[in-house]
Write a protein that binds this ligand. Structure first.
Ligand code: FES
Ligand code: FES
Length: 161
């Protein structure tokens, strides 16, 4: 099947078989390796992308759903101000990421802050629940998200909560 869609702001066309998944198409056809193949069952989040404005696991998106969609991967997202907010918030709070968990952690924050700019600590921990990373303490994750929230609010409205 031939699929045309928007990928990181560009019109693209790809030929693939109907049984393919978005994660395979990104990695194999476009060499976008930021979305990692982890659990492949929608739990770990390390294959996250923004699909039509929503953060979703790319391992759960079948090829036929891609036609006409707009997709932003972690590579594309890294050019946005929102990405810089998260990077700065993480760095202020000692949250580490690596090639494996980058897309999952960063897009988990983005998804959460799009729903609620000032999430409660329990909400923050639940947003990271599927991500298997022992490199950052839960307290730092909470601090990292709240720092990001402050940075974003200052950037957008000139003040934080
Ligand atoms: S690889 Fe997609 S959620 Fe784990
Ligand atoms: S920093 Fe990536 S798995 Fe812990």
């Amino acid at each position: 099947m031939t699929l045309d869609f928007i990928l990181n702001g560009e019109d693209v066309v790809v030929k693939t078989d109907a049984s393919g998944r978005l994660i395979d198409i990104l990695r194999n056809h476009f060499k976008l390796l930021g979305a990692k193949a982890g659990c492949l069952s929608g739990v770990c989040g390390c294959c996250s992308v923004i699909f039509n404005g929503k953060v979703v696991p790319s391992c759960l998106i079948p090829a036929f759903r891609i036609r006409g969609s707009e997709i932003v991967t972690i590579e594309g997202f890294s050019k946005y101000d929102e990405y810089q907010d998260i990077r700065e918030g993480f760095s202020q709070s000692g949250v580490v990421t690596c090639g494996y968990c980058d897309a999952g952690k960063i897009l988990a924050v983005e998804s959460l802050l799009r729903r609620n700019i000032r999430p409660a600590p329990e909400e923050i921990l639940s947003a990271f629940m599927g991500i298997k990373c022992r490199c950052t303490e839960p307290e730092s994750l909470i601090a990292g998200v709240l720092a990001t929230s402050d940075i974003r609010q200052r950037r957008l409205y000139g003040r934080s909560a």
